[in-house]
Design a protein around this ligand. Structure first.
Ligand code: MG
Ligand code: MG
Length: 252
C-alpha cells in the first residue's frame, strides 16, 4: 500500500534530506586520488551524526557502512574499505540515507575521480539526465510506470544497459516502501500518483551489458562485463502540481 504522508512527515523528510545533501556536499569535496572509501565513510558518518541524524544504511540488513561506495564496475552496495584507494580515472557512486526523527532520506550520485574517459563522462551525463526525464512525469494523475518508461526511452538510444534487478521505491518511516519504481517498462501501469506520495527515483545505467551479479560478500553488485556503471537518485514528494526534490540544496 502506498502511504500518503502528512505535512509533518514531509517536513521531517525534508530535514532528513537537508542533512543528507549537506553531507553529500562535504564528502564529495574529498573524492580525490589517494583517499580510501573507508575514509569517505567515516567522514559521512561523523557529519550525519553531528547534524543530528543517523545513517540509514548502517546496519540495514547487516550492511557495515554508512555509505555505499560503488567504484567503476560496481553498480550498487559497494562496502567501504581501507583497502579501496581511489585513483584518477575511476568513478565512484555515493549512495546513502539519513534517518531524522524516524524518517528517511535517500539519494545517490556518481562522481568522477580526477580526469575520466569521455565515454564514461557521457554515461554519467546521460544517467543524470535520465533521472530528470523520469521526474518530469512525476505529478498527480500520472502512473508510476510513466516515470519508468520516460527513463528507458531516454537511455535506450545510447545503447547502454539499464539495470533491472534494482529499482526506485517509496520511502518514509521505512527506507523502502511501496511502490517499486523500475527504470524501464511500459507507460500507464501501476499506481496513480497523488500529492503526498514520497518516492526515490534512481536510474542505474551501465556502459555495457544490463546484467549484474552479486559477489561473495553478498553485497557488492557488479556488471557481468565489468564495464562501469552510473547511478543518480533523488527523493521527491508529489505536490499538487508536480514534485519537489527533498534531497537537493534549498534554493536561495
Ligand atoms: Mg534508494
Ligand atoms: Mg539510495
Amino acid at each position: 500500500m502506498i502511504q500518503i504522508k502528512s505535512s509533518r512527515e514531509i517536513e521531517l523528510m525534508r530535514q532528513a534530506g537537508q542533512i543528507l545533501e549537506a553531507t553529500r556536499q562535504e564528502v564529495s569535496k574529498h573524492i580525490k586520488p589517494g583517499i580510501t572509501t573507508y575514509q569517505l565513510d567515516q567522514l559521512a558518518e561523523n557529519f550525519i551524526r553531528n547534524l543530528g541524524g543517523t545513517p540509514s544504511f548502517k546496519g540495514y540488513n547487516g550492511f557495515p557502512g554508512s555509505l555505499c561506495t560503488s567504484v567503476n564496475e560496481v553498480v550498487v552496495h559497494g562496502i567501504p574499505s581501507k583497502k579501496k584507494v581511489l585513483k584518477a580515472g575511476d568513478i565512484i557512486t555515493l549512495d546513502f540515507g539519513v534517518n531524522f526523527k524516524g524518517y528517511h532520506a535517500d539519494s545517490a550520485t556518481t562522481y568522477p575521480v580526477g580526469e575520466i574517459r569521455d565515454d564514461i563522462k557521457q554515461l554519467l551525463k546521460v544517467t543524470e539526465e535520465a533521472l530528470y526525464k523520469g521526474l518530469a512525469l512525476a505529478k498527480p494523475g500520472q502512473h508510476v510506470s510513466d516515470i519508468s518508461h520516460a527513463i528507458e526511452t531516454y537511455v535506450k538510444p545510447y545503447g547502454y544497459g539499464i539495470v533491472e534487478e534494482f529499482t526506485g521505491h517509496g520511502i518514509g518511516h521505512e527506507l523502502h516502501e511501496d511502490p517499486y519504481v523500475p527504470n524501464f517498462g511500459k507507460a500507464g501501469l501501476g499506481a496513480v500518483l497523488k500529492p503526498g506520495m514520497t518516492l526515490c527515483v534512481e536510474p542505474m545505467v551501465n556502459l555495457g551489458t544490463k546484467h549484474v551479479k552479486v559477489l561473495r560478500d553478498n553485497w557488492t553488485t557488479i556488471t557481468t562485463d565489468r564495464k562501469p556503471s552510473a547511478h543518480f537518485e533523488h527523493m521527491i514528494v508529489i505536490t499538487e502540481t508536480g514534485y519537489e526534490i527533498l534531497t537537493a540544496a534549498t534554493k536561495e
